[in-house]
Design a protein around this ligand. Structure first.
Ligand code: ATP
Length: 228
């Protein structure tokens, strides 16, 4: 079943149009990579899905019209976002960051601690005192605590040391293997995306220019639209 359906999505920042027709779908249990060069509209698409900016066009989650929902209802409907730049509650303790977002389901504090033991060690510390990698783990843990049906990760490995990046990728693989959660991934590492994603959707200048199975993504296509 298609969980997320985006059709002909458009969005603007004031007078400046950023999305001109984005099409993408994520099925139950599927991992989809949203790709494209810088500034092509990936984060704007994510923000529109999460109802953080106004948009027009087709936008449905689990058969419900997302355009009719404010962002808190999109979250409640089962969209868990790990936003670009992490945005943890800096003044709250690590454990408080996790419980603030909690909703019933298989993901509990214990399970998040098993995924990221570092968060258990740092439970009593304020989020502001964590390293960048730890804050990223906290942002992922917080999204998992909402027990989403769809997890969206926007540049979750950006700016992290290679060893920390590997920890984050390992955790994403674990989430997928253990729960079969649907995941929409924005990331610059083609190598990692190829390993985990079932399908890719490529944006250029605010439009979907290619969509297909990950194994149909040829070097020519990535060279042309992603620049790698
Ligand atoms: P990146 O990989 O650099 O994050 P992206 O593909 O996520 O790129 P977006 O951040 O969605 O791209 O940007 C799409 C377009 O919208 C760009 O032209 C960008 O300059 C513009 N844009 C993004 N955020 C804003 C904003 N807050 N106000 C005005 N224009 C914006």
């Amino acid at each position: 079943m298609t969980l997320l359906r985006v059709e002909g999505l458009t969005a603007s920042y004031g007078a400046s149009q950023a999305l001109f027709g984005v099409d993408l779908g994520v099925a139950e249990g599927e991992v989809v990579a949203l790709m494209g060069r810088n500034g092509m509209g990936k984060t704007t698409t994510v923000k529109a899905i999460c109802r953080m900016i106004p948009s027009q066009g087709g936008l449905a989650f689990a058969g419900q019209d997302l355009h009719a929902m404010p962002s808190y209802r999109a979250a409640r409907a089962g969209i868990g976002l790990v936003p670009e730049g992490r945005r943890c509650f800096a003044g709250l303790k690590v454990a408080e960051n996790l419980t603030a977002a909690a909703r019933p389901g298989p993901w509990s504090m214990d399970r998040v601690h098993a995924l990221f033991p570092r968060l258990a060690e740092r439970a009593g510390q304020r989020a502001a005192s964590l390293s960048g990698g730890e804050q990223q783990m906290l942002a992922i843990g917080r999204a998992l605590m909402t027990n989403p049906r769809l997890l969206i990760l926007d540049e979750a490995t950006e700016g992290l040391a290679p060893v920390v990046r590997q920890e984050i990728w390992a955790a994403i693989h674990t989430v997928r293997a253990e729960t079969g959660m649907a995941i929409l991934l924005v990331d610059k590492s083609l190598k990692e995306l190829v390993r985990i994603a079932d399908r890719a959707v490529i944006l250029a200048r605010g439009r979907t220019v290619w969509a297909g199975a990950m194994d149909a993504l040829t070097p020519e296509i990535t060279q042309r639209h992603v620049g790698v």
